[in-house]
Ligand binder design. Structure first.
Ligand SMILES: NC(=O)c1ccc[n+]([C@@H]2O[C@H](COP(=O)([O-])OP(=O)(O)OC[C@H]3O[C@@H](n4cnc5c(N)ncnc54)[C@H](OP(=O)(O)O)[C@@H]3O)[C@@H](O)[C@H]2O)c1
Length: 260
């Protein structure tokens, strides 16, 4: 297989592992993120280990024209797989969060993902071939006190992606949503969630990426990688909203090491 995959947020965590999964299968890659050195190191690793061709593009998806620029730069490279993975969260009360951070979270998690999907999807439909994998989260299934904007961005990603999976149903193009539970990556520290109960049993990024990649290749609509959370999500419609909101809040407040 030498299909080209474009992965945003490929410099670390789940994105870097998704790149490894694709390279293992012999696929070429376009890696996108801000940290050039990490992208170049991953490019070298994958080219040497798997004899694939990798293009590293340094891009800040928070910049207004980044997505259009990225599309112009890559539209002739026959992108068969688009993986919208770049994203970040931030723990804390909404009224105290920096407005800049809120705006850039919405820009990266929502706007960039939407625009890239809109730009690449018509080419895939014209060829009647292609796969899109959008990274949401188990956070997409409920509102998240103390991470209100992050949970809302992920609810948007899941809603958009599920709707598109139906819109393209009569073609050979597929749209898959990956909903990871807590996963051991830089996300935990960057979003100030280190030490919360949620991350006590975090999964490895490699396992999450492998499950997401396989689901995408099979053209599945959705994949939740955390079994425990998957079970709880299925129960959600039967739980009073007041209770689910307070449990979600508590999970994010708890410091597991506090009482040890
Ligand atoms: N870890 C978890 O527990 C978890 C759970 C559910 C969902 N997720 C989702 O999984 C995805 C990947 O996160 P991760 O856990 O792998 O965390 P991570 O290691 O922090 O990776 C985030 C990636 O996004 C990129 N990124 C962030 N802002 C960007 C920007 N402005 N422009 C371009 N790239 C940007 C980062 O690259 P640069 O910094 O180099 O730009 C990095 O490669 C995210 O969408 C996250 O919301 C994570």
């Amino acid at each position: 297989m030498n299909k080209t995959a474009l992965i945003t947020g490929a410099s670390s965590g789940i994105g870097a592992e998704l790149a490894r999964e694709h390279a293992k299968k012999g696929g070429n890659l376009i890696l996108v993120a801000r940290r050039k050195e990490l992208l170049e190191t991953l490019k070298q690793e994958l080219e040497q280990q798997y004899s694939v061709s990798v293009l590293a593009i340094c891009k800040d998806l928070n910049q207004p024209d980044a997505t259009h620029g990225l599309y112009e730069q890559t539209k002739d490279l026959n992108v068969e797989i688009l993986i919208n993975n770049a994203g970040f969260g931030l723990l804390g009360a909404f009224d105290q969060a920096e407005i800049d951070k809120i705006e850039s979270m919405i820009h990266v998690n929502v706007m960039a993902l939407t625009t890239l999907t809109r730009l690449f999807l018509p080419d895939m439909l014209r060829r009647n071939s292609g796969k899109i994998l959008n990274i949401a989260s188990t956070a997409s299934f409920m509102p998240g006190p103390l991470q209100a904007v992050y949970f809302a961005t992920k609810a948007y990603v899941r809603s958009l992606s599920w709707a598109l999976s139906e819109e393209v149903r009569n073609s050979s193009v597929t749209v898959t949503t990956l909903c990871p539970g807590p996963t051991r990556t830089e996300f935990e520290e960057k979003s100030k969630m280190s030490g919360t109960a949620l991350f006590e049993k975090a999964k490895s990024a490699q396992k999450v990426a492998q499950a997401g990649y396989n689901a995408m290749m099979k053209g599945k609509r959705n994949i939740v990688t955390d079994r425990g959370q998957h079970f709880l999500i299925k129960l959600l419609p039967f739980v009073p909203t007041k209770l689910s909101l307070s449990i979600t809040r508590k999970l994010q407040e708890t410091q597991p090491n506090k009482n040890k």
